[in-house]
Design a protein around this ligand. Structure first.
Ligand SMILES: O=C(O)CC1=CCC(=O)O1
Length: 259
């Protein structure tokens, strides 16, 4: 289990695949870990070296002094690339990870080849909503947020068909460090890249879930409309489309990256 030490914090990551092949960096959503990319490993790992990490305050990555902003989340990615001596990567992030990708596309495009933004928005939710969710978990722990997550993350059909797999993800969310989760809610509360992403010039693919109630196809249209030349795809899924529609997700991603 490799860890990167960063000023009293540690960042948990995994780098799998053959040295010399292009690196695809995968960035997780709020309340998940690098394990969420399990459905991508076999399909994408044949062609790409896969670099995954737990976002700050999640999984094996600690929070540090407690504060968290989108710039810090983006800075963690740059610190990881520097530490591993990797100049440039393809970047794929989902939801909060997609916001981190947008931040990198704006502030560090020289470290990226192609950008894949999945089930995300240039501004996710509202500051008020994130502040109240942060306050809830700081006060009462993860139980209430975990209880509502399945309906935010997956369609009813997927929940019925894959109850065991979903239960595992929800259990992991319930065990998430409340302080780490809340700090990332704080980061989401202030993250607003609606103007800034117009400056992104990287080849970009924007993926939405047709039934995503959190970051909707309209949010994806907004991003694709602001980034010149961005490609735009809808999948038959809710919020965690990389899990719910894994085969289609992998195909779309490979077609874009391999082109
Ligand atoms: O609310 C959720 O659990 C979904 C979500 C919002 C931002 C993110 O990364 O996940």
């Amino acid at each position: 289990m490799p860890y990167l030490d960063l000023d009293g914090r540690r960042l948990h990551y995994r780098l799998d695949g053959t040295a010399g092949t292009p690196v695809l960096l995968l960035s997780n959503s709020l309340g998940t870990t690098l394990d969420m990319w399990q459905p991508q490993l076999a399909a994408l790992g044949q062609r790409y070296r896969l670099l995954r990490y737990d976002t700050r305050g999640h999984g094996g990555s600690t929070l540090g002094d407690g504060a968290c902003s989108l710039a810090q989340l983006g800075g963690d990615v740059l610190a990881l690339l520097d530490a591993l001596d990797i100049e440039r990567v393809h970047f794929c992030g989902i939801s909060m990870g997609g916001l981190t990708g947008q931040w990198l596309g704006v502030h560090a495009p020289q470290r990226l080849h192609k950008l894949v933004l999945c089930n995300t928005a240039a501004r996710i939710g509202s500051a008020e909503g994130w502040h109240s969710r942060a306050a809830l978990v700081r006060q009462s722990g993860m139980a209430e947020v975990a209880a509502g997550a399945a309906a935010r993350w997956f369609t009813a059909d997927y929940l019925a068909a894959e109850a065991t797999a979903v239960a595992g993800l929800i259990r992991q969310l319930a065990e998430c460090d409340a302080a780490g989760y809340a700090a990332c809610c704080d980061a989401l509360a202030t993250a607003d890249l609606r103007d800034a992403i117009a400056g992104i010039t990287l080849p970009t693919l924007v993926i939405a879930g047709r039934q995503d109630p959190v970051t909707t196809p309209v949010d994806a249209d907004f991003i694709a409309g602001r980034i010149a030349g961005a490609q735009r795809v809808d999948l038959l899924a809710s919020h965690l489309s990389s899990i719910e529609a894994a085969a289609a997700f992998n195909n779309v991603l490979l077609r874009f990256l391999n082109a």
